[in-house]
Write a protein that binds this ligand. Sequence first.
Ligand SMILES: [Zn+2]
Ligand SMILES: [Zn+2]
Length: 574
Amino acid sequence: MRNSEVALVFYEIADLLELQGLPFKPQAYRRAASAIEQMDVDIEQMVDEGRHRDIPGVGVAIAKKIEELVRTGELDYLKKLRVETPPGLVEMLSIPDVGPRTAMLLHRELGIASVDELKEAALNHRLRGLRGFGEKTEERILQGIGVLESRGGRMLLGEALPIAEAYVEHLRSRLSIEAISVCGSLRRGRETIGDIDILVGSGDSEDVTSAFVDYPAVENVLLSGSTKSSVEIQGGLQVDLRVVELESYGAALQYFTGSKEHNVRVRRLGVEMGLKVNEYGVFERSSNRRVAGDSEHGVYESLGLTFIPPELREDSGEIDASRSLELPELVDASDVRGDLHVHSDWSDGSDPIEAIVAAAARLQYSFIAITDHTESLTIANGLTPERLGKQVDAIRRVQEIHGDGIQVLAGTEVDIKVDGSLDLPSSVLKDLDIVIGSVHSRMKMDSKEMTERVTNAMESGLVDIIGHPTGRIIGRRDPVKLDIQRIFDVARETDVAMEINAFPDRLDLRAVHCRLAKEHGVTFAIGTDSHSIRHLDYLRLGIITARRGWLSKDRVLNAMSSDELKRRLRGRRP
Ligand SMILES: [Zn+2]
Ligand SMILES: [Zn+2]
């Protein structure tokens, strides 16, 4: 344990003691915490040499607690205090500007015992009657609660993935780890996630734990034990670590990946077969003999199932499909050969076409579609037919000079106007390599009007793909009202692909709609909607969404070779 971690524990003890209204003791723990925090010498080394008793402010009782903490990574006294103190009060301490004394006062005088109760009291101006409280204090407390609430919000998959991967990379670089994975909703690819879970299989949990808490982004160590640790990193995101023995790694990975509902089914299936399934392994109920657990594949196999990819583990028919060998072979990153929705600096993107093509070549894509906005989207610097003509020439030049091995498709993201007509004449559209039709205005139409608007565009014969079909933006904008079944039916009849827009806050179509559209016989196009070459990486979010939608590669245009793709697109031109 590092000095700062020991100090944190003692600060917490001080807060808890103060919440209990005890005099003097809190100060003693705070003094000790501060002394330990500021020492140059490693606290573990001091305990080894028995010198921790000489730290200023550390008496016999605190010295014993330091020993227990350093040797075991845990402290019974802290656990006891945590149990004794109302959890709502402890939670109140995470509001900026609310310390133990304030929390105690609020509890004693107004009976407030949770953040919610405090918020309500502040909104009803019940705090300003208290001694030392005024209008300003109320406002500050409400602001603080606002900060707390925004931190408690869920994070987008696209934000959390790189953070989790960097953390895993850090652990790999520090240790020789054989088995490590993110798990939880992040591994299942849910569009938003609450926290990050990392699982490690290792016989040496101490090393793993110390490398885990010793990560530059860690702001707060919440828990540091031998099998379970938790930290809060910059931005308030919680990261949990589990360390298990290698023989249990597969079972633990299955267990901690979830979903809960999926696991309930898995366990129930086990019971039917006389097996006990838990995070340590799969065991015969009669003899307690272990039959699986080191690999996740083995866990499913022992239950008579084929491996179920994490993206499907939502209790939506995957177990039955697995048992009857009807799981689709999901589209994979290695199947996907290019990006079908990219903006350049000709409209509202930030990079020139050359830079985009060079970046796509580095990613070893076979094709990339440049699809800028059209005229009616003035805020996005949409292209007039004349400028689009010039852009097509520019794209052909880039193709000639830099396009070795990569097909640059000259396209557009044409606005679908209110009546369903398109923002470019058909004479222009039919000469392009690829056309995405998207709704960007009057999003609040009723379902009948909006459905007609989109089906009109599909029936024009000029559109290859409907871009971000429902228009939703996660956490900010509801989807447009659409008769989605009718949209999918017309998409199949007209052979227009539905986009899986992979931009992190869109993921549109979402997974459930992908699955429904697939049942209607629809094909799909994954596009990042990149406005910068940094966004090209979002392609994998689209792939994850496609997998969560049970899609196989034969349904996804991006999995075609560039020749097949061009043939298909050209074949659709009038
Ligand atoms: Zn768009
Ligand atoms: Zn776009």
